[in-house]
Design a protein around this ligand. Structure first.
Ligand code: SF4
Length: 671
């Protein structure tokens, strides 16, 4: 029997494999034997007919793919790197990668090619949370763990749907509810999570800041704030107070679309419960004011002192299995490595550690900024690794046109049916979950080891190995002489000593020991040394709803929001294959409120056109009261969804505003 960890979502459940089947690991503290349908399907997705098993090259998008050995594509890539200005090279990584893959790709790009244009699809997922935590608490650090639910009295879930997206975490919420914890869900959709909440608030899309400011104002008015905590541990209270007091309460409430009675029930719950956790994901992060929405949540915890004690705090839930590991390694273009930036001291430290003089002090291009660079003809080479930007970046027509301008697009993937494959010149087959080993960090800083369960498919390579080969062919053999993920982990672990005050204490972990016992980094942080800011105090930031998102109008009177659905994963390259076993939900549909459907003459099952300023999609309608009036919902498993979405970005996190798209709906075919 082999113990491993699920590679689907940020919960990171422990699994047991006995050659025939995969089951939950009873001894693993995160899930204690419980797994969801995605977790148990991992085994089935390893050998699907859609696996990419050989390297392929072609001259242009219209030519046929040619099956080749590894030598040719690697030489083509290396020659292209040698001929290109490093600033015209981009590497786009994924929260699906293991930490060792991330580490080698980041070291190659930032340390040796000399481009900081190394970003990750986590940019689309929780970049706003990263910046929010840094601005408020001084560090990209999640100060809550899942086990805190056992001490929590009130869980506020805003812009998240764990019952469908983080299933085993949702089970833990239900367990905690049995012990008396109350749950509030704030969401424009009545989701499966809302169904078990004690209070559901059907907020209007885009009104989160208004709601959170209203709560802050009320806490201050009722003197329900922690003066001592504010005095000892928080900067900026006086300025915050002056500004928040000027916010118009009645207008704020009106914008939320909630009634006064609903708001009062919420406040009563807030006052009656001692320990409070707020949890959120894409509903807040994927916004033109995503960072501000994070800060508005964190403000409530700073005002009340409900942070850094058991059962309290702001808890950003990460979507992907190793989004956190990528953040730690430096997989975001806005960080260099181990939470260090591009200041002179950090560059010196990292240069000395990697023995290189090639690190640029220019902050890298984030995902969508690479698209903008491509539009200007300033991207010669893009290496995509284990992700599908043509599918998931917003405003797809624009992204496709930009890709056509890139000289060379390389796709490293375990599956062949990505949307990005249509725009690639080279495809390299990588090992999927179960054929490789390495470490990953889940959403509450738990570092675990994924194990190799079977031999790898003949012509596939681990992602770290592909970047190692490129590094060697570029002439950096001594910096890239890895034979095994353990060597990479050990190098990375040493590097974590460079982190500020050694806060990223992976240097205390042991690769082999992770097989038996996960390691949780930063357990004592904040509690012992205060926040990681110069004066060890957190910062309140006054936030207001600047209403920068797209707004509805006569032509596009609906607000289109997006989200995940149960048992499916992103682009469905894996889960789509086993969907016959997971058939309780369709992959593609549009939800419309029943009163809107009546006005539009739409019935469930009708084929409708959904239109935005960017494109039109034909979809099957689902008429339901689970969605607010004047709001439409399409799941992200609809492969063409981003022909509709806006490319507005948060100006700090560069995360797209996927959840506010002005749209129209029109019936095409009746059923
Ligand atoms: Fe895997 Fe997430 Fe399901 Fe756990 S909850 S089994 S980590 S997909």
């Amino acid at each position: 029997m082999i113990r491993s960890v699920c590679g689907y979502c940020g919960v990171g459940c422990g699994l047991e494999f006995d050659e025939k089947k995969l089951v939950g690991d009873l001894t693993y503290p995160i899930n204690e034997g419980v797994v969801c349908a995605k977790g148990v399907s991992e085994l089935m997705t390893m050998q699907t007919p859609t696996r990419l098993l050989r390297p392929y090259v072609r001259k242009d998008f219209n030519s046929a793919w040619e099956k080749v050995s590894w030598e040719l594509p690697l030489d083509l890539i290396v020659n292209k790197i040698k001929k290109s200005d490093p600033q015209k090279i981009g590497i786009y990584l994924s929260g699906q990668l293991l930490t060792e893959d991330y580490y080698v790709a980041n070291k190659l790009g930032k340390g040796f090619i000399g481009t900081n244009n190394v970003d990750t699809n986590s940019r689309m997922c929780m970049a706003s949370a990263v910046v929010g935590y840094e601005k408020a608490l001084g560090l990209d650090y999640v100060p809550v763990r899942m086990e805190d639910l056992n001490r929590c009295n009130l869980l506020i879930i805003i812009g998240a749907n764990p019952a469908e997206a983080h299933v085993v975490f949702s089970n833990r919420i239900k367990q905690a509810k049995k012990s008396g914890m109350k749950v509030v869900v704030i969401d424009p959709r009545y989701t499966e999570t809302a169904a078990y909440a004690d209070l559901y608030l059907p907020i209007r899309p885009g009104a989160d800041i208004d709601f959170l400011n209203l709560v802050a104002l009320r806490l201050i008015t009722d003197n329900h704030i922690d003066h001592q905590f504010l005095e000892n541990s928080v900067n900026g209270y006086d300025t915050y107070l002056k500004k928040i007091k000027k916010q118009p309460k009645t207008k704020l409430l009106k914008r939320t679309g909630l009634t006064k009675a609903q708001f009062e029930v919420f406040m009563k719950l807030f006052y009656e419960n001692e320990n409070i956790i707020s949890a959120w994901t894409m509903g807040l992060n994927q916004s033109v004011q995503g960072v501000d929405k994070n800060l508005a949540v964190i403000n409530l915890h700073l005002l009340t002192g409900k942070i850094n004690s058991p059962g309290n705090g702001p808890f950003s839930l990460t979507g992907q299995p190793n989004a956190m590991g990528g953040r730690e390694v430096g997989g975001l273009a806005t960080t260099l490595a181990v939470h260090l930036g591009f200041d002179t001291e950090s560059i010196q430290k990292v240069s000395s550690f990697w023995q290189t003089d090639k690190i640029s002090d220019q902050v890298g291009l984030t995902a969508f900024e690479m698209i903008e660079a491509a539009e200007r003809g300033e991207l010669d080479l893009l290496i995509i690794c284990h992700t599908d930007p043509i599918y998931h970046l917003p405003n797809r027509k624009r992204v496709e046109a930009a890709f056509e301008k890139i000289d060379m697009v390389v796709e490293i993937n375990a599956y062949e049916d990505s949307e990005s494959a249509k725009f690639a010149h080279i495809r390299l087959p990588a090992t999927p979950w179960g054929e490789k080993e390495g470490t990953q960090t889940n959403m509450d800083r738990t570092v675990t080891k994924q194990e190799k369960l079977t031999r790898r498919s003949i012509d596939c390579k681990d992602d770290w190995e592909i970047f190692t080969l490129i590094g060697q062919k570029l002439g950096f053999s001594s910096a890239f002489d890895y034979q095994h993920p353990k060597e990479i982990f050990n190098e990375y672990k040493e590097m974590t000593r460079l982190s500020r005050k050694g806060h990223l204490n992976l240097y205390e972990s042991d690769y082999d020991a992770l097989r038996e016992k996960p390691f949780i980094w930063g357990e004592k942080l904040y509690k012992e040394q205060g926040f990681l800011t110069p004066n060890h105090k957190a910062s309140l930031h006054f936030i207001e709803n600047l209403r920068l998102s797209e707004t509805t109008n006569l032509k596009y009177p609906y607000m289109l929001i997006t989200g995940r659905i149960k048992d499916q994963w992103h682009s469905t390259t894996k889960t789509g294959v086993v969907r016959q076993l997971l058939r309780h939900k369709k992959l593609s549909f549009v939800e419309i409120n029943s009163s809107d459907a009546k006005v539009e003459g739409i019935k469930s099952g009708d084929i409708v056109d959904v239109m935005t300023a960017r494109g039109t999609l034909s979809l099957s309608a689902v008429v339901t009261d689970a969605i607010r009036e004047k709001t439409l919902f399409i799941p992200v498993t609809e492969r063409k969804i981003n022909y509709l979405t806006t490319d507005l970005l948060d100006h700090e996190s560069k995360q797209p505003d996927y959840n506010q798209n002005a749209a129209a709906i029109l019936k095409r075919i009746s059923t």
